[in-house]
Design a protein around this ligand. Sequence first.
Ligand code: ZN
Length: 281
Amino acid sequence: MRLANISGRLHLVTPDDHVIDVARETGGHFSPRIQDCYERWSELRSVAYTLEQWRGTPLADVPPASFGNPAPQPRQVFAIGLNYAAHAAEASLAVPDDLTVFTKFVTALTGPHGTISLPPGTVDWEVELVVVMGRGGTGIPAEEAWKYVAGVSVGQDLSERTLQSSGPAPQYSLAKSFPGFGPIGPLLVTPDEFEDPDRIELGCSINGEEIQKGSTSDMVFPVPEIIARLSQVTPLLPGDVIFTGTPPGVGVGRTPQRFLKPGDELLTWVKGVGEMRHLMQ
Ligand code: ZN
């Protein structure tokens, strides 16, 4: 199953690439707010097949700018640092023995298209697989963890490196939370849509030049392990968002270092989900 937040309303994307307004087609049984659907995730999944029989608008006819973030108001946002060994190496940091966790404050989240204002400093890119929780829980076993996931999406963990590395301890959460620094979209895709949800390709490019390409199969802590370890400490709630870490190729790890500048177009993709395009200004 695939979902989209189109013009601020929950839509189902059918297998033949049409979009259905879920609130309208169910006579208001479901809320038009996409964030609300995660509270009733199993119910939505059970009616999706019926809804998919309706005739909708062709997906190709939906203007890109109409797509919003499929998880725009999570109660918690988790982000995992150093989750690919080759990225830890380019950052001159050790591969961690346990999760390195920070947050991106909710106001940093945005949709899959549009402009992003660069603050002063050094703004870097990080393509990431984003996971949205469908069921909450504590102590979730890794073997069961994918069953708690609503779906995955494309994410960018934009990071202002100067602030991030200022002071005696890293300022991950603040430096990665400027407005627009957490784009997510364009679709939310359920794990069963992938041949292997632990092996998903992802990457990004600037002005058409490929700068990151990787596979989630290279994660130090795969998605089920992230969910198991997070939920040992803190309850995970329906609709929570997890940025799962970035593969190598970030700007700070290059020689010479490279950062985003006004006029750059950042294209970010996850195979099987879609792509996001953002213009830096
Ligand atoms: Zn990151």
